[in-house]
Design a protein around this ligand. Structure first.
Ligand code: NAD
Length: 290
């Protein structure tokens, strides 16, 4: 397939490389000067999109996605597919999909989970929104870049699934970290805490698969000085998107709101920037109640 790939950063570069390795003809564009093995670089986003059967974007936010889409959609041929894999706000995803469909294109919003390791290893999970025809066009490419793709519904449904998932993840990580810090103060051994919780009703992905306590449970960023993994900054981005969506949908999300406030405090006023999102544990260790 002839593919245009726009946004070749930490995630986009390995995703594009995997498509090229699988034999697709990939033309890429990034604002920054980058080179990706097997990918031909174009001079502009429009040039990368011209003649492509599928254009994939992997960009930082909704405003940039809107700007890139405005340039790329007119350069694409009717019947081609515009597939956005960035994590953006639901409204931007829906607006861009509408513009693409008005131009006779298929459109999919397909944010991912799995991080940089998943992008390199081709093991991402895609959460997709769009028509059946649009999903069917993108699915073989999801199969190369990932191990699972769920068609969640119409345009915007992929972004909705992503932010709901990450709102649960953010709040769960915080409470897992504060529970470890409480256990320390109660004199409860961390390994015993893990042994009980990981097999009891408090278990979660944060505890069982990504334990924030060093030396306890499976190997995780906690065992590597809290180097990300999944950076606290990116968790904050996703929690903000969740609150933005909750405000526009009039949904009451008090835990999500508190998680957003705590990650904002951690990233913007404490030492959370550039650290893994599970570094909430050393944050709580140092604190008392006031
Ligand atoms: P990144 O900053 O490494 O990459 C973004 C790339 O887009 C950069 O190379 C940048 O130069 C390029 N770019 C910016 N504006 C552009 C424009 N107008 N035209 C062309 N290129 C442009 O970010 P990333 O970590 O690769 O994340 C990309 C997206 O994936 C984000 O939406 C992020 O929330 C999401 N995501 C990231 C992770 C992760 O672990 N890094 C996990 C899941 C989802």
């Amino acid at each position: 397939m002839k593919i245009g790939f726009i946004g070749l950063g930490n995630m986009g570069a390995p995703m594009a490389a995997n498509l090229a390795n699988a034999g697709h003809d990939v033309t890429g564009f990034d604002m920054a000067e980058v080179s990706v093995e097997g990918v031909t670089m174009a001079e502009s986003a429009a040039a990368a999109a011209k003649g492509a059967e599928v254009v994939i974007t992997m960009l930082p936010n909704g405003d940039i996605l809107r700007a890139v889409a405005a340039e790329v959609i007119p350069a694409m041929e009717a019947g081609a597919a515009f597939v956005d894999c960035s994590t953006v706000d639901v409204d931007s995803a829906r607006d861009v999909a509408q513009q693409a469909e008005q131009a006779g294109l298929l459109a999919v919003d397909a944010p991912v989970s799995g991080g940089i390791g998943g992008a390199s290893g081709g093991t991402l999970t895609f959460m997709a929104g769009g028509s059946d025809a649009a999903f069917a066009r993108a699915e073989p490419l999801f199969d190369i870049m990932g191990q699972k793709a769920v068609h969640c519904g119409e345009a915007g449904a992929g972004q909705a699934a992503k932010i709901c998932n990450n709102m649960i993840l953010g709040a769960t990580m915080i409470v897992t970290c504060e529970a470890f810090a409480l256990a320390d103060k109660l004199g409860l051994d961390r390994q015993k805490m893990f042994d009980v919780v990981s097999t009891s009703s408090g278990y979660s992905w944060s505890m069982n698969a990504y334990c924030p306590a060093p030396g306890v449970g499976p190997t995780s960023p906690a065992d590597n000085g809290y180097k990300p993994g999944f950076a606290a900054d990116l968790m904050l981005k996703d929690l903000r998107l969740a609150q933005q969506a909750a405000a526009s949908a009039d949904a009451d999300t008090p835990m999500g709101e508190l998680a957003q406030r705590l990650y904002a405090q951690f990233v913007e006023n404490e030492d959370g920037k550039g650290r893994d999102f599970s570094a909430m544990l050393p944050r709580f260790e140092k604190r008392g109640r006031s």
